[in-house]
Write a protein of this length. Structure first.
Length: 185
């Protein structure tokens, strides 16, 4: 299990971008953020979240997959004040990278969901199912750029995939007997 102190040492979005990325790398993230649009239904769902969620993202500002996905999380946090997101750099936190390997490899982004009191609730990472389907269909190979055209349907699908993971973590926390007892609900 990844210790909660990694979340406490992590950085907010803009500090992470400026602290670890070059201006062009950070701009890729910001451009994706501008393109992410939540539907009314997605916004309402996020607004209904009740449990505090501490979300740690292992990422690299240089990474195309990260620049194409992590800005989505910031949109979620804008709609759900109970979501607190922090970022750690994959290379600077090699111990976290080892703990969060996927299929024996160093992959990013990897997201760890913690309860309000620091217990790991869930983790998910690298690419979503929609992205893997797209890659499998195209068999394009190479590293994705993380840049999306306006109204790109893959961005909407990946946003929904990630929302499903955030919702799953929220329900896990919301229905936790330990937390229900703590909050009397």
């Amino acid at each position: 299990m990844l210790p909660f102190n990694k979340f406490e040492a992590a950085l907010p979005y803009e500090e992470f971008l400026t602290g670890y990325g070059t201006p062009p790398q950070a701009d890729r993230w910001r451009k994706t953020h501008e393109l992410v649009r939540l539907t009314g239904e997605q916004d309402r769902l996020l607004g209904s979240f009740k449990r505090e969620m501490n979300v740690l993202v292992l990422a690299g500002v240089w990474c195309g997959d990260c620049s194409g996905q992590c800005p989505i999380f910031e949109r979620f946090a804008e709609s759900a004040p109970v979501i607190h997101i922090r970022y750690i750099d994959r290379d600077e936190h090699a111990d976290a990278q080892r703990e969060l390997q996927i299929n024996g490899g160093n992959r990013v982004p990897v997201v760890v969901f913690f309860s309000e009191d620091g217990y790991e609730a869930s983790r998910f990472g690298e690419r979503t199912l929609s992205k893997y389907r797209e890659l499998a269909q195209s068999l394009a190979g190479g590293c994705p750029t993380g840049i999306h055209a306006p109204n790109d349907p893959i961005l909407a699908r990946v946003t929904q995939d990630w929302l499903n993971e955030f919702e799953r973590a929220q329900w896990l926390l919301r229905l936790s007997p330990r937390l229900r007892q703590k909050h009397g609900d």
